[in-house]
Design a protein around this ligand. Structure first.
Ligand code: DON
Length: 303
């Protein structure tokens, strides 16, 4: 199959979507993103990577980083994490506070902000540098040593991050953080503010298609752990739009408010799409439309 042509075609189809959405503006540095930016990359099992549009342009990966923090925390620390965070869809926006009190400080899943803060805390406990662990993993898997935190974006979120600070303190009040709140928030903002391209993320997401094997052939996760992460991505990776994403795209996937979506093609590879215009749930409008077109044309959905 001509993957290059395939990507061009599905992007053309996506451009026919009736709406474009708007870049996130609650993190002021992200509001400046160009809603016309649009790129897509597909990395195959053997490490070939194909791209179209702005596929090599770095963007703010935001919540896509949560896929990597979860994988690294499970790889380093095993199943103990699941005592501190659940794995059910929340049915609420990614930054919601409402379930935390009734559920005694145990976040519903690792991808809503509350859950990601607990995962970041766990990774910090295990490695001493949660943001650094994510950065090094992305560099190694993509072969791109320039990947790192955009400090302007991290600082912008830190200044406006009242909700995340509230979530972190609330979780800490239930004894579910091991590190000081300020350190957890700093590492969380730093890994969310990682700048990487569709090319980089498609390559870095391959380990989930390869049942836990890294680019160099070493094992990050057991086959069963990789399956479980894919399952949580499918049910929780796009927040309260996860049902719609499964319906339209039918792949495990993780979105971010920078406009990136990374999806796993089990047994085939990984695909990343980026366009900053978001829908009401915080998912890229063109990104979801392109993945919808991709699985419609190829039949590569997991269903
Ligand atoms: O904590 C936040 O709000 C951002 N750093 C990440 C949120 C995000 O990307 C949600 N995804 N769609």
């Amino acid at each position: 199959m001509d993957y290059q042509q395939l990507l061009h075609d599905v992007m053309e189809t996506a451009r026919r979507a009736p709406a474009r959405g708007r870049p996130a503006d609650y993190i002021p540095a992200l509001a400046e993103a160009n809603p016309e930016s649009f790129g897509m990359a597909l990395a195959t099992m053997d490490g070939e990577v194909y791209g179209a549009g702005d596929w090599e342009q770095p963007f703010s990966i935001q919540s896509v980083s949560k896929l990597f923090t979860l994988a690294l925390a499970l790889a380093e620390g095993g199943d103990d994490l699941w005592h501190r965070v659940g794995r059910e869809p929340s049915g609420n926006p990614f930054n919601s506070l409402v379930q935390l009190e009734t559920e005694a400080g145990i976040p519903r899943n690792p991808f809503i902000n509350a859950g990601a803060l607990v995962v970041t805390d766990r990774l910090l406990e295990l490695t001493g540098d949660a943001a650094g662990a994510v950065r090094e993993f992305l560099r190694a898997e993509s072969g791109n040593a320039t990947i790192g935190t955009d400090d302007t974006v991290a600082a912008s979120e830190a200044r406006s991050g009242h909700r995340n600070a509230a979530l972190a303190h609330f979780i800490a009040s239930y004894g579910n953080l091991r590190n000081p709140v300020d350190s957890v928030l700093a590492h969380y903002y730093a890994h969310c503010a990682t700048a990487a391209s569709c090319r980089d993320l498609a390559l870095a997401g391959r380990f989930l298609a390869r049942h836990g094997l890294r680019a160099d052939g070493s094992r990050l996760l057991t086959r069963s752990e990789a399956k479980r992460i894919n399952a949580v991505l499918l049910t929780c990776g796009t927040y309260d739009a996860a049902g719609e994403f499964a319906y339209r795209v039918g792949l495990p996937g993780k979105s971010g408010v920078g406009g990136g979506v990374l999806a796993v093609l089990p047994g085939r590879g990984a695909v990343c799409v980026w366009s900053p215009g978001l829908d009401a749930a915080g998912n890229s409008v063109l990104g979801v439309a392109a993945l919808d077109a991709l699985t419609t044309v190829t039949g590569w959905s997991v269903f």
